[in-house]
Design a protein around this ligand. Structure first.
Ligand SMILES: Cc1cc2nc3c(=O)[nH]c(=O)nc-3n(C[C@H](O)[C@H](O)[C@H](O)COP(=O)(O)OP(=O)(O)OC[C@H]3O[C@@H](n4cnc5c(N)ncnc54)[C@H](O)[C@@H]3O)c2cc1C
Length: 503
């Protein structure tokens, strides 16, 4: 009998062996994995959580909707919890590990067809395993003038997986869920739901009109465990005739509020149409320097050391980037407006900057932040704030103090999205150092709780923190989610614990 790494809760080894036998009958032996060696690539959690709490019992790999239905039927019979992943690269939030021990990972990477691209309407329909790189190549090989918006690890991650997490990028289409249109979802009982216009026989409009008729359901299948999404419609941005990326630098911390207020005004007026990014000096340095090159003492790198290194590399205390898109005739007046507005609040404007993430150039450069300390530890701390200078400054002060008290640097790149600001902070640490891992864990905990005391919640969180964050969002919210869960997945087999939703 196989020596299992973990068992699904409530199942004996013999029962699990029988279930795996049925799964092998459905998928073949190669696509059912329960041995330690082949499970290891699925256990690369970066977050500071105990590994034992998130060990999967195995992996099954589906290649079609029919296979997903077959897997669900077997898992329902044996009550095996199933953790769906698309490309499984949810780095800094748990990678592909399940929220609770013993879940079987449903790996959908092999479902990787680009089913449709409509060049006129700017739409696509993709399966879970499609990567941004694959879609990018598809468009460029066919000279289709559409752009993608992607997250930092774009080349190797999935538009479907990222959108289900309500992730983001940096072009005008940076809010990925806002630019998704129509889903196919396999429900826990095997029925297939097509949302929006997708439920109309011979639909002509699935990828162009989101809402269909009746309640708008797509939202309940994001950051949730109510179904397995097997297709997603995307809206793609027409390649603009031109673009100009602008860097605005602010040398003093005290300039942050005015910078954020100015940005909000320009975004709400639609002078700036994309997501702005506001990197701290350490965040900018971390993309090409290591911490050890600057400082080898304990605690966060002292401010004078950061300031000196930043100055040497042309980096400021706050470094804001955004892009103006359009014809030269459209860009010129907007550039004049933004230059005047940012200079009025003391910003230094460089209108000839380059940031690939804002202009359809995929790269893995953002992984540079992992070299800052080395050792592969990363937890994203992602609180939401009104895009108001006073809130941004309060959050920056809080974050700096808490991170510093635990010995970590303030690697932040808040994204500015008109009315809201996602204060994205990379808590990077050495995961091979048990003490540092514990400190990172305590630091994260304190960040969440102090931010909550000030009325700030996170937009997304790692698998180890889902219950606690759901607790902060309150009991009515949790009860409603649980009611939907019970209605759609009465045996509670889909991803128990995802977003704090349990059967
Ligand atoms: C350096 C760096 C930079 C990053 N930058 C960004 C960024 O700019 N923006 C951003 O959003 N993220 C960013 N990330 C985080 C993360 O890597 C991306 O969000 C990534 O797209 C998520 O992984 P994935 O696409 O493989 O999704 P997956 O890991 O496949 O899916 C994510 C989760 O969604 C659920 N899920 C997935 N597929 C399905 C399905 N078919 N049905 C039901 N549920 C499903 C599961 O709960 C799964 O755990 C960054 C990470 C790093 C390390």
């Amino acid at each position: 009998m196989t020596q299992f790494v973990a068992l699904p809760p409530g199942l004996s080894a013999a029962e699990f062996e029988r279930a795996l036998g049925e799964l092998r009958g459905l998928l073949g032996t190669d696509r059912v994995v329960a041995v330690a060696d082949r499970l290891r690539p699925y256990q690369k959690m970066m977050i500071p959580a105990p590994d034992e709490a998130h060990v999967p019992s195995g992996v099954v790999m589906a290649e079609s909707v029919t296979e997903v239905q077959g897997i669900l039927a077997i898992c329902n019979r044996y009550r095996i919890p199933l953790w769906p992943t698309s490309t499984g690269r949810n780095f800094g939030y748990g990678t592909s590990s399940p929220a609770t021990r013993g879940q079987l990972i449903l790996d959908l990477r092999r479902m990787n067809r680009i089913l449709e691209v409509d060049a006129e309407l700017g739409t696509a329909l993709v399966e879970p395993g499609v990567t941004y790189q694959q879609l990018h190549d598809y468009l460029s090989e066919r000279d289709i003038p559409l752009w993608l918006d992607f997250p930092g690890p774009g080349p190797i991650v999935s538009p479907l997986g990222n959108t289900l997490e309500r992730g983001g990028g940096n072009t005008p289409y940076g809010d990925h869920f806002a630019h998704a249109c129509g889903m196919e979802v396999v429900l826990a009982d095997g029925r297939v739901l097509r949302t929006g216009m997708g439920s109309i026989p011979n639909t002509t409009s699935w990828q162009v009109f989101k809402y269909g008729y009746g309640p708008y359901l797509d939202g309940i299948f994001t950051q949730s465990n109510f179904g397995v999404v097997t297709k997603l419609g995307l809206w793609l941005m027409p390649a603009p005739p031109g673009h100009r990326t602008v860097l605005v630098q602010f040398d003093a911390e005290a300039q942050l509020p005015a910078a954020v207020d100015t940005m909000r005004r320009l975004q709400l007026q639609r002078v700036i149409t994309n997501v702005g990014v506001m990197a701290t000096a350490v965040m900018a340095l971390s993309t090409f320097k290591t911490r050890a090159e600057l400082y080898d003492g304990p605690g966060p790198v002292p401010q004078p050391v950061i300031d000196a290194a930043a100055r040497d590399s042309g980096i400021a205390t706050w470094n804001m980037t955004f892009t103006l898109y359009g014809t030269p005739a459209q860009i010129a007046p907007n550039l004049a407006i933004v230059t005047e507005a940012f200079e009025a609040v003391g910003g230094r404007v460089n209108p000839d900057f380059h940031d690939g993430s804002q202009v359809n150039e995929l790269s893995l450069a953002s992984f540079g932040i992992l070299n800052w300390v080395g050792g592969g530890g990363l937890a994203w701390f992602a609180p939401v704030s009104p895009a108001r200078g006073s809130d941004a400054a309060r959050q920056a002060k809080l974050a700096r103090r808490i991170l510093g008290a635990h010995g970590f640097d303030y690697l932040a790149a808040p994204t500015l999205n008109g009315r809201d600001l996602h204060h994205l902070i990379a808590l990077v640490y050495n995961r091979n150092d048990a003490d540092e891992k514990q400190r990172a864990n305590r630091c994260f905990e304190q960040l969440v709780h102090e931010f909550a005391q000030h009325g700030y919640g996170l937009y997304r969180v790692g698998i180890d923190y889902m219950d606690k964050l759901a607790g902060i969002y309150g009991s009515v919210n949790r009860d409603v989610n649980r009611a939907i869960k019970q209605a759609l997945d009465p045996n509670g087999i889909l991803a128990p614990g995802k977003s704090g939703i349990h059967p």
